[in-house]
Design a binder for this molecule. Structure first.
Ligand SMILES: Nc1ncnc2c1ncn2[C@@H]1O[C@H](COP(=O)(O)OP(=O)(O)OP(=O)(O)O)[C@@H](O)[C@H]1O
Ligand SMILES: [Mg+2]
Length: 1075
């Protein structure tokens, strides 16, 4: 800072030429010289930077310097290219304005270096990050690649840019570089085939030969010898201070960083090698059979190697180089070329390949560095174009280059001198016009679409008939005879001026930077820039993908008869586009000055510098700057930017913008001459005031930021405090509540314990009292009872002694019986007749009664059971009962008969028609019908008989005839005898007096003995009222007609299963075997 202010005040070497006093050309050059001597190569005119090439490296581009200029205040630091770069970058980032940095100056003045410095500064100060760094690296690394292919040594500059370059660096809203786009302008391709003594071809050729490994050279079929190659061998190849090999490696590294694949690099170098080798294709003339001269390849090896590199048939290339196909009407004719035509074609091919390769290279780099996202972008354009140049022999290229520089000068003039002055007038600011040279007239001379030199050149190129440079020059001389800035031998002669420096076939233009004499030779050819179609077709036919892609017009399918636009018109339109682009951005100027012609360090040639100062219009620039205002801005944005500097305009101004700006500035108390109020803009005279304004703004912004911070922090602390307080209150409320609750619980517990103790004590006391009361009461009661008992006993003894016990016993008995009966009634056993249970008698004296009651209950139960039985069932049960009474425990057959039901009717009299007669006999009185066996009284054998028992008779019938044989009246039956055993033997004893009795007793065997006897008994009892005399015995006597027979029952196993066996034993004995 101190250094800056001291140099600002240093009269001999003011940093800003606006402060120069007195202001003359001499003092200006002197100041630059003095500063140059002090190694201050940068000087300001306002915000325009003048850079004087030191031709030596100075320690002013270190990272520390970058830091020093980062966010600096433009006028507070020493003039530096970094300051303008910083200003532009910040304006882009903070004010959202697209920027362009215009670097002008003649060849060797340091433009390319300046552009690189700007780029590296921007890269250094913009933010960092993996992605951003990659972008930055790619952007920076595009320089060595483009310089290798586009720069060459000229007499003026060892690293002269032979193409124009405009690079747009694109940033996002934070100022981070996103990528970029490079535009290139007209490469000086004639250098490929020809360059003047002391110059070199493009660096790449020398770099390739010096730096490539033997393998790579072999692969490219090259020799490491510059002298071997026709396009290079005119000069010594090495340049002092330039290491071609190292640069080659640096270029290869750069390509890798940018993203070239190894295959792409190889293809690129192959095409480069082809260009180099094309220069060695030698042609010689030979005579054809027709006697016509024709050219042919002298030494086919080089051609063959080229063809091997590009994958092409050597014959094809040879044909394309030595002959030409001409289309006449519908015929195609192959014409041979002369040797000069052949060389022309060869060189045109080499130039075309190289220039197209260069365009491809730029496009390829663009593909890598272009912005991939569609974020909103801000742009900083850096223009580094070939500088104005005057050579011994100036040709079409110099004409184009100088035209371009003329246009840039026009921009400068327009923006800094003309526009500015016009603006003062427009805005109504008092202004004394400053005279300056306006180069529009020269631009017009070249680019006017009807009378401009370029237009006329195009006209000549397109015109049918004889066309050559002479006709072109004649035309120029005719049209521009009176033009102030045009001269030629003819116009001089017409004006009677003798000038030996202007040779014939030349014209001279008075450029802003000096007079340049152009030799018209080659103008038409270079403008046409035609390549024989045979050659482009041959290139397209190559298998080499890259080379093939460079010649799309070689595709025979796409033959176009339309002439391509001329080189001049192409350049003119691209320059017009560039200008439009530059006008749309905020310009920042770096004006480079070359201090000497010898490229020597620290040599300052005042004459040379003075010439540049003159043509750059620096003096006028200072004058306008000094008389004018350093800064202007519409009121609106100005107020917006600085309104915080006045309490009345902050935070909002409600009036008009101009009033606001006036109020604002009035409050800041700047000297009146520092400010001017235009119709729409505010003007500030010196940068210092602006700087002061900016500084105050920064301070105020810092204050405001602090205020906002303060308020925010306060708010945050307050909210936090309130939150904490609320939380604290809540916590303490909960805690207190909790504590009180605990305390209360404890108190409650204690109170309860106390209460319990007290109550317990009280209760115990009461209990004790009640108990003692109770005891007293009980004692009293006992005493009373005893007393009463005693009394009662005394009375009892006296009055009731005699009956008392009976009375008491009766009473007690009655009570007991009553309780017994009531209990019995409540607990009666179940009504089932099979259930014989009965509660036992509670007292012994009740056991008889209990037994009796048990029987009564049982009988009653049975009666109830019987009453509900049907008649048939009852009769059956009665029969069973009767059978039981007769036989139970007397005859062993009885238990077995229990299983058999008493069916009565076993014959089926009703159903069987055979027994109809018997049925009629029985009629309704039948009791039983069954089959029995009658024992023969004579021999003991048995015969079957049907037995029918009716209520009146017992009938025996023959089973076959079913006729009654014997009919016995029931009253005739005297009795029945049966055995004790399980047999069906029975003796039916008849009364002797009866009619039937004469026949004697019957011995029968029945399968249903028990039923038969029982039914007989019942029927007899029912009819006669007398019981049947039944004898169950083992020995009894029977009466047979032939006398009585005693029958003995013998238990014997011989008895068959079919019944007893009767054996007659003598005349009056019979044995019955049973079991
Ligand atoms: N700031 C600098 N510091 C040291 N040397 C410099 C500086 N600027 C330029 N030079 C030297 O001057 C030489 C020429 O500079 P540069 O190539 O930038 O010129 P130019 O204006 O681009 O010329 P041309 O128009 O021919 O391309 C550089 O090679 C370098 O040696
Ligand atoms: Mg350059």
């Amino acid at each position: 800072m101190e250094g800056a202010s001291s140099s600002l005040l240093d009269a001999e070497a003011v940093a800003d030429l606006v402060l120069l006093d007195p202001l003359t050309e001499e003092s200006l050059v002197q100041t630059l010289r003095e500063r140059f001597r002090r190694r201050d190569i940068y000087t300001y005119i306002g915000n325009v930077v003048i850079s004087v090439n030191p031709y030596q490296s100075l320690p002013i581009y270190t990272p520390e310097k970058v830091e020093e200029y980062r966010n600096c205040s433009f006028f507070a630091v020493k003039p530096h290219i970094y300051a303008i770069a910083d200003d532009a970058y910040r304006s882009l980032r903070d004010r959202d304005r697209d920027q362009c940095i215009l670097i002008t100056g003649e060849s060797g003045a340091g433009k390319t270096e300046a552009s690189k410095l700007v780029m590296s500064y921007v890269a250094a100060v913009s933010s960092k990050g993996e992605e951003v760094n990659k972008v930055k690296e790619q952007l920076l690394q595009s320089n060595p690649v483009l310089e290798a292919f586009g720069n060459a040594k000229t007499v003026r500059n060892d690293n002269s840019s032979r193409f124009g370059k405009y690079m747009d660096i694109e940033f996002d809203f934070k100022g981070e570089p996103l990528g970029g786009v490079i535009s290139n302008y007209l490469l000086e391709k004639s250098r490929i085939v020809r360059h003047v003594k002391g110059e070199r071809n493009f660096h790449i050729f020398y770099q390739l030969l010096a730096g490539a490994s033997p393998q790579l050279l072999q692969q490219l079929k090259l020799r490491q010898d510059c002298g071997h190659y026709g396009y290079l061998n005119r000069e010594g190849s090495n340049l002092p201070g330039m290491d071609d090999a190292a640069n080659f490696h640096a270029m290869q590294d750069a390509m890798r960083v940018i993203g070239f694949s190894p295959a792409e690099v190889t293809e690129l170098l192959q095409v480069t090698a082809v260009v180099l080798k094309l220069g060695n294709v030698q042609l010689s003339s030979s005579f054809q059979a027709s006697g016509m001269e024709a050219c042919s390849i002298t030494e086919p090896r080089e051609l063959r190697e080229i063809c091997e590199l590009i994958g092409l048939e050597p014959g094809t290339l040879e044909r394309a180089l030595c002959s030409r196909t001409v289309k006449a009407r519908d015929e195609t004719v192959l014409t041979t070329l002369t040797v000069p035509q052949g060389y022309y074609g060869r060189d045109a091919l080499a130039k075309n390949i190289y220039s197209r390769l260069f365009n491809w290279l730029v496009n390829r780099i663009n593909a890598s560095i272009q912005v991939k996202s569609d974020k909103q972008r801000k742009v900083m354009g850096v223009l580094d174009i070939y500088g104005f140049e005057i050579f011994q022999d100036n040709s079409f290229e110099q004409f184009i280059i100088n035209y371009c520089n003329e246009k840039l000068q026009q921009i400068f003039i327009l923006m800094t001198l003309k526009e500015e002055q016009e603006e003062y007038v427009r805005e109504g600011i008092q202004w004394t016009p400053v005279e300056f040279f306006d180069n529009s007239i020269i631009c017009n001379l070249i680019e006017n679409s009807t009378t401009g030199i370029l237009a006329m050149l195009d006209e000549e190129c397109l015109r049918p008939g004889v066309v050559n440079e002479d006709t072109f020059l004649t035309k120029l001389n005719q049209l521009l005879a009176t033009h102030k800035h045009y001269e030629s031998k003819e116009t001089q002669n017409a004006r009677r001026v003798t000038d030996t420096s202007l040779p014939p076939r030349c014209f001279r233009i008075h450029h802003y930077a000096g007079k340049v004499t152009y030799n018209v030779t080659g103008f038409i050819e270079k403008n046409n820039d035609l390549l024989f179609r045979d050659l482009s077709q041959a290139m397209w036919a190559a298998r080499h993908a890259l080379l093939r892609s460079l010649f799309p017009e070689g595709d025979p399918q796409k033959v176009s008869l339309k002439l391509p636009p001329t080189a001049g018109s192409q350049f003119k339109s691209s320059v017009a586009m560039l200008m439009r682009n530059l006008y749309s951005k905020n310009p920042n100027y770096i004006r480079c000055i070359k201090p000497n012609d010898a490229k020597s360090a620290m040599v300052f040639t005042p004459e040379l510098v003075l010439a540049q100062v003159r043509y750059l219009g620096l003096l006028e620039n200072v004058r306008v700057r000094r008389a004018g205002y350093a800064f202007r801005q519409p009121y609106g944005p100005f107020l917006q930017r600085y309104k915080m500097l006045n309490a009345r305009t902050w935070p909002r101004w409600h009036g008009g913008d101009r009033q606001g700006a006036e109020v604002l500035l009035a409050g800041l108390a700047f000297p009146a001459e520092e400010l001017a109020f235009g119709h729409t803009k505010i003007f500030i005279r010196s940068p210092r005031t602006l700087f002061d304004l900016e500084r105050r703004r920064q301070e105020r912004v810092a204050q405001l930021a602090t205020l906002i911070q303060k308020m925010f922090r306060g708010w945050r602390c307050r909210t936090q405090y309130q939150l904490m307080r609320k939380s604290q209150i809540l916590i303490s409320a909960w805690f207190r509540g909790h504590r009180q609750k605990n305390r209360y619980k404890q108190m409650k517990r204690s109170v309860l314990i106390l209460q319990a103790y007290a109550r317990g004590w009280k209760s115990r006391r009461l209990l004790r009292e009640l108990k003692s009361q109770c005891r007293r009461h009980a004692a009293a009661t006992t005493i009373a009872a005893h007393w009463r008992g005693y009394q009662a006993r005394r009375t009892y003894r006296k009055y009731f002694r005699s009956n008392a016990s009976t009375c008491l016993a009766n009473f007690i008995y009655r009570r007991l019986v009553q309780r017994y009966l009531v209990g019995l009634a409540k607990n009666l056993p179940p009504l089932s007749v099979t259930d014989r249970t009965w509660p036992p008698a509670p007292y012994r004296f009740l056991s008889d009664a209990n037994q009796e009651l048990k029987n009564i209950f049982y009988h009653w139960k049975c009666k109830k059971y019987r009453d509900q039985l049907p008649a048939a069932r009852r009769a059956q049960l009665q029969a069973r009962l009767c059978a039981s009474e007769l036989f139970k425990d007397k005859k062993t057959l009885y238990p077995k008969s229990l299983q058999q039901p008493f069916r009565g009717e076993y014959l089926g009299l009703k159903q069987n028609p055979k027994y109809q007669k018997l049925h009629a006999v029985a009629k309704d009185k039948l009791v039983m019908a069954d089959t029995v066996r009658k024992v023969n009284r004579a021999n003991g054998k048995t015969v079957p008989r049907l037995l029918l028992l009716t209520t009146e008779h017992l009938v025996l019938a023959d089973p076959k005839a079913a006729q009654p044989k014997t009919v016995l009246s029931l009253s005739d039956i005297r009795g029945v005898s049966v055995t004790r055993f399980s047999d069906g033997f029975l003796a039916l004893h008849l009364k002797e007096v009866s009619t039937a009795g004469a026949k004697g007793d019957f011995l029968l065997v029945s399968d249903h003995l028990i039923e038969l006897v029982t039914r007989l008994h019942q029927t007899l009892e029912a009819t006669t009222g007398q019981a049947l005399p039944l004898h169950i015995t083992d020995r009894f006597s029977t009466r047979f007609p032939k006398g009585d027979v005693s029958i003995t029952v013998v238990e014997s196993p011989k008895a068959g299963t079919n019944g007893p066996v009767c054996k007659k034993k003598g005349s009056n004995k019979m044995e019955v075997l049973v079991h």
